[in-house]
Write a protein that binds this ligand. Structure first.
Ligand SMILES: [Zn+2]
Length: 102
């Protein structure tokens, strides 16, 4: 199967970057809906890096060197968080809740 290595890298560190961000900016929504938005916005800023793998291959370790360095990925995620925070897709902060408005 073909796999976007960039996506794997972003998914891998998104929780840490988000946790760090919310520590400095309390009240940021971290619901699943906002995290999906952050993931999508991050990936739109980063070049994809496709790799072909055997089915079922799981990356145990992501090499950020292959996709331009970790700093670039962190910067893209941070930028995405700011955009989602400034323009959330649902009405009220619903941190920790699975309910959201479309
Ligand atoms: Zn949210």
């Amino acid at each position: 199967m073909v796999y976007n290595y960039t996506e794997e890298a972003v998914r891998r560190i998104l929780p840490d970057v988000l946790k760090e961000y919310t520590r400095n900016n309390p009240g940021v929504c971290t619901c699943a809906r906002c995290q999906e938005d952050i993931l999508a916005l991050s990936l739109n800023q980063l070049p994809p890096h496709y790799v072909a793998t055997d089915e079922g291959t799981i990356f145990t370790k992501v090499s950020f060197d292959q996709i331009g360095g970790k700093a670039q990925v962190v910067a893209a995620i941070t930028n995405a968080i700011k955009r989602v925070v400034a323009n959330p897709r649902h009405k009220n902060p619903i941190s920790g809740s699975a309910e959201y408005m479309e």
